[in-house]
Design a protein. Structure first.
Length: 203
Protein backbone atom coordinates (compact mmCIF):
# COMPACT_ATOMS: atom_id res chain seq x y z
CA UNK A 1 0.00 0.00 0.00
CA UNK A 2 1.29 3.42 -0.91
CA UNK A 3 2.15 5.85 1.88
CA UNK A 4 0.08 9.02 2.10
CA UNK A 5 2.07 12.21 1.51
CA UNK A 6 1.02 15.86 1.88
CA UNK A 7 3.16 18.58 0.29
CA UNK A 8 3.54 22.11 1.67
CA UNK A 9 4.29 24.90 -0.82
CA UNK A 10 4.54 28.69 -0.84
CA UNK A 11 5.42 29.49 -4.43
CA UNK A 12 5.92 27.96 -7.84
CA UNK A 13 5.55 24.36 -6.71
CA UNK A 14 7.96 22.81 -9.19
CA UNK A 15 9.26 20.27 -6.68
CA UNK A 16 5.66 19.43 -5.82
CA UNK A 17 5.04 18.69 -9.50
CA UNK A 18 8.09 16.41 -9.66
CA UNK A 19 6.85 14.46 -6.64
CA UNK A 20 3.35 14.26 -8.10
CA UNK A 21 4.68 12.90 -11.40
CA UNK A 22 6.79 10.30 -9.60
CA UNK A 23 3.83 9.22 -7.48
CA UNK A 24 1.85 8.29 -10.59
CA UNK A 25 4.29 5.47 -11.35
CA UNK A 26 2.76 2.16 -10.34
CA UNK A 27 5.84 1.04 -8.41
CA UNK A 28 6.32 4.35 -6.54
CA UNK A 29 5.60 3.85 -2.82
CA UNK A 30 3.86 7.19 -2.17
CA UNK A 31 0.71 8.95 -3.25
CA UNK A 32 0.23 12.71 -2.96
CA UNK A 33 -3.09 13.10 -1.18
CA UNK A 34 -3.15 16.89 -0.70
CA UNK A 35 -1.22 20.14 -1.03
CA UNK A 36 -1.21 22.88 1.59
CA UNK A 37 -0.22 26.41 0.56
CA UNK A 38 0.17 29.48 2.77
CA UNK A 39 -0.04 32.02 -0.06
CA UNK A 40 -3.33 32.44 -1.95
CA UNK A 41 -1.73 33.63 -5.19
CA UNK A 42 1.07 31.05 -5.40
CA UNK A 43 1.55 29.61 -8.89
CA UNK A 44 1.81 26.12 -7.44
CA UNK A 45 -1.87 26.07 -6.49
CA UNK A 46 -3.01 25.80 -10.10
CA UNK A 47 -0.33 23.21 -10.81
CA UNK A 48 -1.56 21.07 -7.93
CA UNK A 49 -5.12 21.29 -9.21
CA UNK A 50 -3.96 20.45 -12.73
CA UNK A 51 -2.50 17.27 -11.24
CA UNK A 52 -5.81 16.45 -9.57
CA UNK A 53 -4.49 17.02 -6.05
CA UNK A 54 -6.83 18.48 -3.39
CA UNK A 55 -5.42 21.86 -2.41
CA UNK A 56 -5.92 23.79 0.81
CA UNK A 57 -4.98 27.47 1.06
CA UNK A 58 -4.22 28.44 4.65
CA UNK A 59 -3.27 32.09 4.36
CA UNK A 60 -1.12 33.31 7.25
CA UNK A 61 -2.69 36.77 6.94
CA UNK A 62 -6.03 35.37 8.08
CA UNK A 63 -4.70 34.31 11.49
CA UNK A 64 -3.70 36.54 14.41
CA UNK A 65 -0.72 34.41 15.44
CA UNK A 66 1.68 31.79 14.10
CA UNK A 67 0.16 29.35 16.59
CA UNK A 68 -3.37 29.89 15.27
CA UNK A 69 -2.14 29.45 11.69
CA UNK A 70 -0.42 26.19 12.52
CA UNK A 71 -3.42 24.88 14.46
CA UNK A 72 -5.55 25.40 11.37
CA UNK A 73 -3.04 23.43 9.30
CA UNK A 74 -2.92 20.66 11.91
CA UNK A 75 -6.70 20.43 11.80
CA UNK A 76 -6.55 19.97 8.03
CA UNK A 77 -3.81 17.36 8.37
CA UNK A 78 -5.91 15.43 10.89
CA UNK A 79 -8.53 14.92 8.18
CA UNK A 80 -5.97 13.16 5.99
CA UNK A 81 -3.70 11.38 8.49
CA UNK A 82 -0.60 11.61 6.27
CA UNK A 83 2.34 9.27 6.73
CA UNK A 84 4.87 11.84 5.48
CA UNK A 85 4.92 15.61 4.98
CA UNK A 86 7.19 17.06 2.28
CA UNK A 87 8.11 20.74 2.41
CA UNK A 88 8.71 21.90 -1.15
CA UNK A 89 9.52 25.59 -1.18
CA UNK A 90 7.48 26.22 1.96
CA UNK A 91 8.82 29.53 3.23
CA UNK A 92 7.80 29.40 6.87
CA UNK A 93 9.65 28.01 9.84
CA UNK A 94 7.64 25.31 11.59
CA UNK A 95 7.28 25.38 15.37
CA UNK A 96 8.52 22.68 17.71
CA UNK A 97 4.90 21.89 18.62
CA UNK A 98 4.09 21.22 14.97
CA UNK A 99 7.24 19.16 14.43
CA UNK A 100 6.52 16.98 17.45
CA UNK A 101 3.14 16.10 15.96
CA UNK A 102 4.90 14.54 12.95
CA UNK A 103 8.40 13.99 14.29
CA UNK A 104 10.67 12.02 12.00
CA UNK A 105 8.13 12.27 9.18
CA UNK A 106 8.70 15.79 7.81
CA UNK A 107 11.12 16.14 4.89
CA UNK A 108 12.54 19.30 3.34
CA UNK A 109 14.69 20.05 0.32
CA UNK A 110 17.35 22.76 0.52
CA UNK A 111 19.37 24.13 -2.43
CA UNK A 112 22.86 23.54 -1.06
CA UNK A 113 25.04 20.75 0.22
CA UNK A 114 24.20 21.01 3.89
CA UNK A 115 25.59 21.76 6.39
CA UNK A 116 27.06 24.47 4.15
CA UNK A 117 24.98 27.51 3.19
CA UNK A 118 21.96 27.06 5.43
CA UNK A 119 19.12 29.56 5.27
CA UNK A 120 18.22 32.07 2.56
CA UNK A 121 20.07 33.68 -0.37
CA UNK A 122 21.89 30.41 -0.86
CA UNK A 123 23.12 30.81 -4.42
CA UNK A 124 24.43 34.34 -3.89
CA UNK A 125 26.45 33.11 -0.92
CA UNK A 126 27.74 30.09 -2.84
CA UNK A 127 29.08 32.36 -5.58
CA UNK A 128 30.54 34.83 -3.10
CA UNK A 129 32.38 32.00 -1.35
CA UNK A 130 33.92 30.81 -4.60
CA UNK A 131 33.14 27.13 -4.10
CA UNK A 132 33.33 24.89 -7.17
CA UNK A 133 30.65 22.38 -6.19
CA UNK A 134 27.21 23.04 -4.77
CA UNK A 135 24.04 20.97 -4.89
CA UNK A 136 20.90 20.13 -2.97
CA UNK A 137 19.95 18.20 0.14
CA UNK A 138 16.87 16.36 1.36
CA UNK A 139 16.79 16.22 5.15
CA UNK A 140 14.51 15.59 8.07
CA UNK A 141 13.01 18.73 9.60
CA UNK A 142 13.94 19.62 13.17
CA UNK A 143 13.51 22.72 15.30
CA UNK A 144 16.74 24.28 14.00
CA UNK A 145 16.68 25.55 10.41
CA UNK A 146 18.30 23.14 7.94
CA UNK A 147 19.83 21.10 10.78
CA UNK A 148 17.98 17.79 10.48
CA UNK A 149 19.46 14.44 9.52
CA UNK A 150 20.65 14.39 5.91
CA UNK A 151 18.81 11.78 3.85
CA UNK A 152 20.21 12.38 0.36
CA UNK A 153 22.38 14.86 -1.51
CA UNK A 154 23.24 15.56 -5.14
CA UNK A 155 26.09 17.63 -6.55
CA UNK A 156 25.93 20.46 -9.07
CA UNK A 157 29.07 22.10 -10.49
CA UNK A 158 29.47 25.86 -10.20
CA UNK A 159 30.44 27.46 -13.52
CA UNK A 160 32.81 30.42 -13.76
CA UNK A 161 30.20 32.68 -15.39
CA UNK A 162 27.26 31.72 -13.18
CA UNK A 163 24.83 34.29 -11.88
CA UNK A 164 22.67 33.40 -8.85
CA UNK A 165 19.72 32.92 -11.21
CA UNK A 166 21.62 30.61 -13.55
CA UNK A 167 22.91 28.53 -10.67
CA UNK A 168 19.50 28.39 -9.01
CA UNK A 169 17.92 27.05 -12.19
CA UNK A 170 20.56 24.34 -12.60
CA UNK A 171 20.27 23.26 -8.97
CA UNK A 172 16.48 23.23 -9.26
CA UNK A 173 16.63 20.77 -12.15
CA UNK A 174 18.59 18.40 -9.92
CA UNK A 175 16.20 18.96 -7.02
CA UNK A 176 13.40 17.66 -9.25
CA UNK A 177 15.26 14.34 -9.51
CA UNK A 178 16.64 14.13 -5.98
CA UNK A 179 13.40 14.72 -4.05
CA UNK A 180 11.42 11.83 -5.61
CA UNK A 181 14.48 9.59 -5.21
CA UNK A 182 14.91 10.50 -1.55
CA UNK A 183 11.22 10.17 -0.68
CA UNK A 184 11.06 6.75 -2.31
CA UNK A 185 14.11 5.54 -0.42
CA UNK A 186 12.88 7.04 2.85
CA UNK A 187 9.56 5.23 2.58
CA UNK A 188 10.90 1.91 1.33
CA UNK A 189 13.71 1.63 3.84
CA UNK A 190 13.53 4.30 6.50
CA UNK A 191 16.54 3.04 8.44
CA UNK A 192 18.95 2.21 5.65
CA UNK A 193 18.67 5.50 3.80
CA UNK A 194 20.04 7.37 6.80
CA UNK A 195 23.13 5.18 6.73
CA UNK A 196 23.53 4.54 3.03
CA UNK A 197 22.82 7.87 1.36
CA UNK A 198 25.97 9.55 2.54
CA UNK A 199 27.47 9.35 -0.95
CA UNK A 200 26.98 12.33 -3.22
CA UNK A 201 24.51 11.49 -5.96
CA UNK A 202 24.77 12.74 -9.52
CA UNK A 203 21.91 13.08 -12.02
Amino acid sequence: MKKKVIIFISGNGSNMVSLAKASKQTDYPAEIIAVICDRPHAAGIEKARDNGIPTHIVDRKNYPTKEAHEESILTTLAQYQPDVICLAGYMRLISSHFIKSYEGRILNIHPSLLPSFKGLNTHERVLQAGVKITGCTVHLVTEEMDEGKILAQAAVPVCFNDTPEMLAQRVLQVEHKLYPHALKAFIKDNDKIIDSQQQLLSF
